[in-house]
Design a protein around this ligand. Structure first.
Ligand code: AMP
Length: 641
């Protein structure tokens, strides 16, 4: 008898488990399943995501409902659409040999009528997000007055997200005799209150020590100055060429800014946050699962329910406000028995938070130092050598070999190896030999403007700042205005910067060499019948560029500008593309890619727009979703509505 058979599960479930390849029950399954099968009981289970808790409640619920009865018998509430769909899929997989069981997912952002129609056909199990469920109850589209089971999954997260009222309202329309099973990673007061209010003598089970981090996750922190946060992130990525990670930021704005900066610097990254449309989020998640994205930069809320195996690192670019949230973050890695690392980039003033987290997760952090440039070069070099060793040769290349041999035949084997590796290596070494080490330099003199951790540009003087009489009233935001100016003035991707859009007017910068052109061309342009007026502003706005379009003083000197981009990553491809989220047909992997990221960023880049925000850190508004995230339908020119 295998261990699943000992739990008392039915033949059809055991068959499905065999198909799924689960060999042994996880701890939460071992503890919860026999109890839930045997008794009609309420239960509180403290278990994190990744512990197998979906099956821990899913198997018993499937076994206990009556497939011949079409009424809704079980309601599973979950915090996010992603998790809701994930649970629905899992339950469908588990119940595939049970005849007549229907599971319906109910969540916002999709047609409520379609969902209602599906429920009408008979849904014994509904998996729902609280907001949409409440909506359906209010409209009389669902009947949960006869359910036998209510499962609150990730209860702490649902309450974190402000669903208390909805949950209470939903629960109050369910019968008192039902069993409630509450699953939560932590037990804050609000969760305990729900438990007290709606549950009768629940059996409590805890997986591992209460609130403890998963044993498969190791925790590291890196102490840096606030202004080096972004540089530290890049170095950590460079030092882990096969990184497949979720990078957590505190706000949507930082999430977007960090992702865009990473894309601009040649990494395969994308943002995931609540300002993206559902279609955009789905697209990002699809690419992340497909590993076309190596660094998913996410807010806590958006990352809930991400069920992607083999995430190697969770990076806390900024620590969460609520320390408990750290547990949720680090639980994204070290899943299904795999090892994972949770990294915190921390400043001196935040150090005390590390000790608080250690107390909560009952695990120690290891303090590590950001790798030096030379260490990164070594890692990358070896990685490249291994990549060359392991690459599968496509014999299409045979046709070209005679010509290639002609060019290279004079070189010895040693010379050839050196040169081959140098093709990629030179870029890294050239970059890193000019940068300073950034580890352990936290001095308490963190710059105010870097406190929020979003990448910033240097504010050097020397540029020409202009005032122009068009602004948001003309349907511009800083990105569309920048595009418009570049097109109208026929300037390059980095020639217009520090664009700051107000309602009736805007400011922007160029290098002084473009001043004459700007004044002459723009003052003779009409926008929808109105003359554009541009003047040189007294306010210099900061921000001069060197010839590479980088902020001067950045590359090499300050050590916090762009990482060495890979061939082609200067991205003229984005010019005029209008949107970054391209389909595969346009997306030949970029050349080379020292560091051999498992999937090079594709042409057009995630989050890539015609111009990523470089100087616009000063803009007081976050990039808006439809414009900033690859919405190819974004008008290139302003429209009047
Ligand atoms: P969960 O905590 O429910 O999100 O599950 C995390 C992952 O572990 C999911 O991909 C499940 O399919 C998988 N899983 C659940 N139970 C087992 C098991 N007993 N053995 C192996 N994998 C499992």
């Amino acid at each position: 008898m295998n261990k699943f058979e000992q739990l008392g599960l039915s033949e059809s479930l055991l068959k499905a488990i065999l198909d799924l390849g689960f060999e042994n029950p996880t701890e939460v399954q071992e503890k919860a399943i026999p109890l839930l099968l045997e008794k009609d009981t309420d239960m509180v289970a403290l278990a994190q995501t990744g512990t197998g808790k979906t099956a821990a409640f899913g198997f018993p619920v499937i076994q206990k409902i009556d497939a011949n009865n079409r009424n809704t018998q079980a309601l599973i509430l979950s915090p996010t659409r992603e998790l809701c769909l994930q649970i629905t899929n899992e339950i469908k997989n588990y119940s595939k040999y049970e005849k007549g069981i229907n599971v319906v997912a109910v969540y916002g952002g999709a047609s409520i009528t379609d969902q209602a129609r599906e429920i009408k056909r008979g849904a014994q199990i509904i998996v729902a997000t609280p907001g949409r469920m409440q909506d359906m109850i209010n409209r009389g589209l669902v009947n949960i007055s006869q359910i036998n089971f209510c499962i609150l999954d990730e209860a702490d997260e649902m309450l974190n997200m402000g669903f208390y009222e909805d949950i209470v309202n939903i629960l109050s329309t369910t019968p008192d005799e039902k069993n409630t099973w509450l699953f939560s990673a932590t037990m804050p007061a609000e969760v305990a209150r729900i438990g007290k209010q709606f549950m009768k003598d629940p059996i409590e089970i805890t997986v591992g020590a209460k609130n403890s981090g998963s044993a498969t996750v190791s925790h590291e922190f890196y102490l840096v100055n606030a202004r080096d946060r972004y540089e530290a992130l890049k170095r950590l990525a460079d030092a882990n060429p096969d990184i497949f990670s979720v990078v957590f930021c505190r706000t949507k704005r930082d999430t977007q800014a960090v992702a865009e900066k990473l894309v601009e610097d040649g990494y395969s990254a994308a943002a995931l946050h609540g300002d993206l449309s559902q279609a955009q989020r789905d697209g990002v998640m699809k690419s992340f699962r497909g590993r076309q994205i190596q660094m998913l930069v996410a807010t806590d809320v958006a990352a809930r329910g991400i069920d992607v195996d083999n995430i190697t690192h969770v990076v806390n670019y900024q620590l969460p406000d609520e320390i408990e949230t750290y547990n949720h973050r680090s639980g994204r890695t070290g899943r299904a028995g795999k090892l994972g690392t949770s990294i915190v980039i921390v400043t001196k003033s935040e150090l005390r938070k590390i000790s608080s987290i250690e107390r909560i997760i009952k695990q120690k952090f290891e303090e590590k130092t950001i790798p030096s440039g030379i260490e990164i070069c070594e890692i990358q070099l070896l990685h490249l050598a291994n990549k060359i060793k392991d690459v599968e040769v496509d014999h299409e290349i045979d046709n070209y070999l005679p010509a290639i041999n002609n060019v290279l035949e004079a070189l010895s084997k040693e010379e050839l190896i050196k040169k081959m590796v140098s093709v990629e290596f030179n870029r890294f070494i050239n970059y890193y030999k000019k940068t300073r080490d950034i580890s352990n330099q936290a001095s308490g003199s963190e710059r105010r403007d870097d406190r929020d951790g979003a990448p910033r540009e240097n504010n050097n003087g020397g540029a020409t700042r202009y005032f122009v009489n068009i602004g948001s009233r003309d349907n511009f935001d800083w990105m569309s205005l920048k595009d418009y100016l570049k097109e109208t003035l026929d300037l390059g991707r980095d020639d217009v910067f520090k664009v700051d859009v107000k309602e009736g007017f805007s400011f922007f910068n160029t290098d002084p060499e473009h001043t004459d052109k700007v004044m002459e061309v723009l003052n003779n342009v009409q926008l929808e019948g109105r003359r554009i007026n541009v003047e040189i502003s007294k306010n210099d706005g900061g921000g001069r560029r060197d010839h590479n379009g980088r902020s001067s003083g950045g590359f090499g000197g300050g050590g916090r500008s762009s990482a060495p981009r890979r061939e082609g990553s200067f991205a003229p491809r984005r010019e005029g593309s209008g949107g970054g989220f391209r389909s595969d047909r346009n997306s030949a992997p970029r050349e080379g890619g020292f560091g051999g990221r498992s999937s090079a960023p594709r042409e057009g880049g995630f989050g890539g727009r015609s111009s990523a925000p470089r100087g616009e850190g000063s803009s007081d508004r976050a990039p808006r979703r439809s414009e900033s995230f690859g919405d190819s339908s974004r008008p290139r020119r302003p429209r009047r509505d």
